[in-house]
Design a protein around this ligand. Structure first.
Ligand code: PLP
Length: 449
């Protein structure tokens, strides 16, 4: 009996409720739902069927499929280069040129002077040379590809000397030893987990050695009885032995950072003074631009990288190049406030305190809150274990547990942090124009409940 009341698909999809929606997609969803319904009836799982409920569930599914999966969130964790939340942000201003490039034909691989084929990497070398004093540069998809390309080009079946303390695994399953073996390079581990000395490098060099490599430890650091060799010293030995010296910097910051963050971490400008063979770093960590792997160094080596077939698989597209060029120009013009990552890092504590207090004053009549001094980290495998001071608002509502608060906020696309059993909103990463939005959400969720 119930089975008979199931609508016929051809007629069903002409229902007015589906007007204006894609017929093909509505038909597909309807068929699936009706099939499911039939099965449920046959299995005696349902005793009653309502056509309106069916229609609504189809429209809901339709909307779900058509909505963007990538959503903006408010990062209230305080972690600036948050790997899970998209790493570095870009300022809208730098999209202006990229939009023009993406929507018009352009000279991506065309030499306008000679009227013939040009090279896509040329567009970025001008700014990188001006900014870092490098001889030449190349940009690939991300820093992981940069490492792979370099090892594959110069170290296939040859030895690369790396300190055991630097054989790290970086988030997203990037393990230095595995990347090496995949690239064809032979890993020559030296030293121990906590200590590597200059003489370890010297002793490891033999006829089959191609490179001395240093890897940024990224998301860990060794405290206490430990020592490693500076890139400066590694460079010297490499030069004496006519080997390539290469530093996978990971994050790579152009100039010194506030809060003493660059104390043990020389900037790109600092490292370039030693005239290294090769440096590579990410475009979207501390540099604060788009996802990319930037390689700078000696011209003859960059030329060789350009000849490797692998480059075709790792190359960047025009939008990346356009955005990266704009970011680099901001450094050249010293407009660092237009680089959100640096802007957040450089925001004065007083400003963060003020913003916390402002929000507190707007919500304290319905939610328990407290302005607290706290500390956060840069994130993204940059400057491990180094804290930066910050201000936050700690929230407490009735007898709600911290994780319940966190969940309510998260459902509203605010990602908070739990600290000492409290849900906190860290103002280091909350953009100025997001404070009002947070206020609205807190009112909606907690006022008059
Ligand atoms: C982050 C990092 C990488 C990988 O860079 P991506 O841009 O994420 O590909 C490689 N090496 C080190 C030391 C890193 O910190």
């Amino acid at each position: 009996m119930l089975l008979k009341s199931i609508p016929k698909i051809d007629k069903f999809i002409t229902n007015k409720a589906f007007d204006g929606l894609s017929k093909a997609l509505i038909t597909k969803i309807s068929k699936e739902k009706i099939q499911k319904l039939r099965e449920n009836i046959l299995n005696n799982n349902i005793k009653h069927f309502d056509e309106n409920i069916l229609i609504n569930s189809i429209i809901k599914e339709y909307k779900n499929i058509n909505s963007s999966s990538l959503k903006t969130v408010i990062n209230a964790t305080g972690i600036i280069v948050h790997t899970n939340l998209g790493r570095s942000l870009l300022d809208e201003k730098i999209f202006k040129n990229a939009i023009k490039i993406a929507t018009s034909y352009n000279n991506l691989e065309y030499d306008l002077q000679k009227g013939k084929r040009g090279e896509r990497y040329e567009h970025i070398t001008k700014s990188l040379k001006a900014l870092t004093n490098c001889e030449d540069a190349i940009v690939v998809n991300n820093n992981a590809s940069a490492v792979f390309l370099i090892l594959n080009t110069f170290c296939k079946n040859k030895e690369v000397v790396v300190s055991r303390g630097e054989l790290v695994e970086i988030g997203g399953s990037f393990r230095v030893p595995e990347v090496m073996s995949q690239s064809g390079a032979i890993l020559k581990e030296i030293g121990t987990t906590n200590k590597t000395h200059l003489k370890d490098y010297e002793n490891a060099i033999n006829d089959n050695t191609a490179m001395l490599m240093k890897v940024h430890k990224s998301n860990y650091s060794i405290e206490g009885f430990s020592s490693d060799v500076s890139f400066e010293d590694i460079s010297k030995i490499a030069k004496q032995n006519y080997l390539i010296d290469y530093f996978d910097m990971g994050s790579g910051h152009i100039m010194d950072l506030p809060y003493n963050l660059s104390k043990d971490e020389p900037s790109i400008l600092e490292l370039m003074k030693q005239n290294p063979s090769l440096l590579s770093f990410s475009g979207d960590k501390l540099l604060g631009s788009v996802q990319a792997g930037i390689i700078i160094g000696k011209k003859e080596l960059i030329e060789k990288l350009k000849k490797n077939q692998l480059l075709r698989m790792l190359r960047v597209d025009k939008i990346t190049l356009a955005l990266l060029e704009e970011s680099l120009n901001l450094y050249l013009k010293n407009e660092l406030d237009t680089i959100p990552t640096l802007k957040m890092l450089n925001t004065k504590l007083e400003v963060l305190e003020e913003r916390s207090k402002t929000l507190k004053s707007k919500i304290e009549d319905f939610i328990n809150c407290e302005v607290i001094e706290t500390s956060t980290m840069v994130g993204g495998g940059t400057t491990p274990n180094k804290k930066i001071p910050s201000f936050a608002l700690s929230l407490k509502f009735k007898d709600f547990k911290a994780n319940k608060m966190e969940e309510i906020l998260r459902k509203n696309l605010i990602i908070s942090r739990i600290e000492n059993d409290k849900t906190i909103l860290d103002f280091r990463t909350i953009k100025e124009d997001e404070v009002e939005k947070i206020e609205e959400i807190l009112i909606k969720e907690f006022k008059n409940v």
